[in-house]
Design a protein around this ligand. Sequence first.
Ligand SMILES: Nc1nc2c(ncn2[C@@H]2O[C@H](COP(=O)(O)OP(=O)(O)OP(=O)(O)O)[C@@H](O)[C@H]2O)c(=O)[nH]1
Ligand SMILES: Nc1nc2c(ncn2[C@@H]2O[C@H](COP(=O)(O)OP(=O)(O)OP(=O)(O)O)[C@@H](O)[C@H]2O)c(=O)[nH]1
Ligand SMILES: [Mg+2]
Ligand SMILES: [Mg+2]
Lengths: 277, 291
Amino acid sequence: MHGKTKIDEDLLEEIEEILLESDVGIQMTDKIVGKLRELAKENRFLPEEVMPSLFDYLKSELSMEEERIIVDEDRLNIILMVGVNGTGKTTTTGKIAAKLSISDYSVILAAADTFRAAAIEQLEVWSQRANVPLIKHQENSDSAAVVYDAIKAANARKTNVLLIDTAGRLHNKAHLMDELKKIRRIIDSEAPNAKLEVLLVLDATTGQNGLSQAMVFKEAVNLTGIVLTKLDGTAKGGVIFAIKNSLNLPIKLVGVGEGLEDLRDFQPQIFIDALFS
Amino acid sequence: NLSDKLQDVFKKISGKGKISEENITEAIREVRRALLEADVNLKVVKDFINNVKEQAIGQEVIKSISPGQQFIKIISDAMIELMGGENQTLATSEKSPTVYMMVGLQGSGKTTTSAKLALNLRKQGKRPMLVAADIYRPAAIKQLEVLGKQINIPVFSLGQISPVEIVTKSLVFAKENGHDYIILDTAGRLHIDVELMDELVKIKQVVNPTEILLVVDSMIGQDAVKMSESFNEYLNITGVIATKLDGDTRGGAALSIKAVTGKPIKFMAMGEKLDALEPFHPERIASRILG
Ligand SMILES: Nc1nc2c(ncn2[C@@H]2O[C@H](COP(=O)(O)OP(=O)(O)OP(=O)(O)O)[C@@H](O)[C@H]2O)c(=O)[nH]1
Ligand SMILES: Nc1nc2c(ncn2[C@@H]2O[C@H](COP(=O)(O)OP(=O)(O)OP(=O)(O)O)[C@@H](O)[C@H]2O)c(=O)[nH]1
Ligand SMILES: [Mg+2]
Ligand SMILES: [Mg+2]
């Protein structure tokens, strides 16, 4: 009896299909399937060990330190929400505000999307729902000025958390990415001691373009994490494996609906189970 | 890119005269990879590749171009044929007003695109109006009103009452005020939300739209198929509008959606400004997908 276990090729093909259909992408899928073959060979898997080992491997790929948003109670915390158009930044800003406010932190919202029609009004509704104050200027005013004022206000009021909602922007638009860099510079100069989270809000329906989004936004404003939204739909969000693999960015939160409470901490186990359900 | 990869693959077979089952296998593999990277749906990729394989095998390698280029042309032509050639204009109802109903997932660009279509119609000398039927999203009505003001097009809204009632009354308003086109902006929703999908069905029954346009974010991945099939099953959509094509997404979802629903892609939205809407050009999407 030779000790070499050969994984059932049909099973591997099935796994490959599930990963590809979950937006894991062909490169990352090849890497995962290749790793599974390697593990099976090294450890001489029995057929029933294949899936659990795959799950363990995927979980280890996604888990990391700093997976949660932790408020430092001794200084100002700033959370900057960035991402391409329509991914759920404004909605998520409202959800985070509510969650923090319920946990008894003082929160201020900054309406730094001064461009899109009714963006300020939209965030205003969320500030009312979350019961937190909102810093806003006129539509079409300078977004950097809003950020500047918001930081001033947060420092003056000794606020725990300042949440900044920015306008959606495509990462291939240099002038829009420059605007975001300017906002980042203002945060760095006006709140150098603040704890800063820069969250990329990524729509779970996004395909491989999610990787370019993460790369370009990271290069521009140095992301600290990702919020994966709309996971209440049928999209699996598999592009996060490639993002984690290339950029080592943690998924911190997931959006699971349009309501105030539809925000969860990211749980790798739940995410991976959902891929194969 | 794919073109270079195929040049390499075919270097080995040039001079052998015909494209055959054997020499095409590696080329097919490269095409499969490229399509998957471009977000074309896996099942659509399989069907498409089999189709292309049939067409390519037995073809004489044309002396004037390299086999790699010839193979790319076969693929590109197949894509253009799949996506194009359909009725890509918006129909007009014999009985005024003509109603266009905008539907789709959350954040895909329905509200912005509604305003773009309205502007387009006004430039053609028509008298369109916009209807704010999204009663859920915070400030959605305000958003449409702001856009309407920018382009001097009236927005009909009754606040946050039932969308079915809003659209019913909008028909009356249109007739009384001489509007020949109505563009209904609806709330974003998940195709698996039965209650909200039934709401769309009710709206359709009440206003009998001439066009039901599925507005799709071009960066969508594999979910494009489930989503569009579902919207199509519920509503029998008449067309698709692909948005955010000013980004750098490859846009393979466009191919997938056309392949599974058979419904034509009518427009490409290429920006946030209200004039950023163009008729669909399949050859432009094909060249993006092929990278
Ligand atoms: N189903 C679902 N919908 C969501 C989720 N998060 C946001 N949405 C919806 O997605 C749409 C867009 O959300 P916004 O918060 O306006 O997105 P945004 O990124 O701020 O958009 P821009 O500022 O225009 O770039 C809205 O209809 C939201 O209700 C989620 O987790 N699940
Ligand atoms: N760059 C770019 N942005 C677009 C395009 N179309 C829409 N947007 C932006 O995408 C975001 C979402 O657009 P909306 O029109 O609010 O989308 P929606 O489908 O009505 O969203 P919901 O009503 O929440 O479902 C906004 O920031 C728009 O400005 C486009 O073609 N290109
Ligand atoms: Mg927003
Ligand atoms: Mg809308």
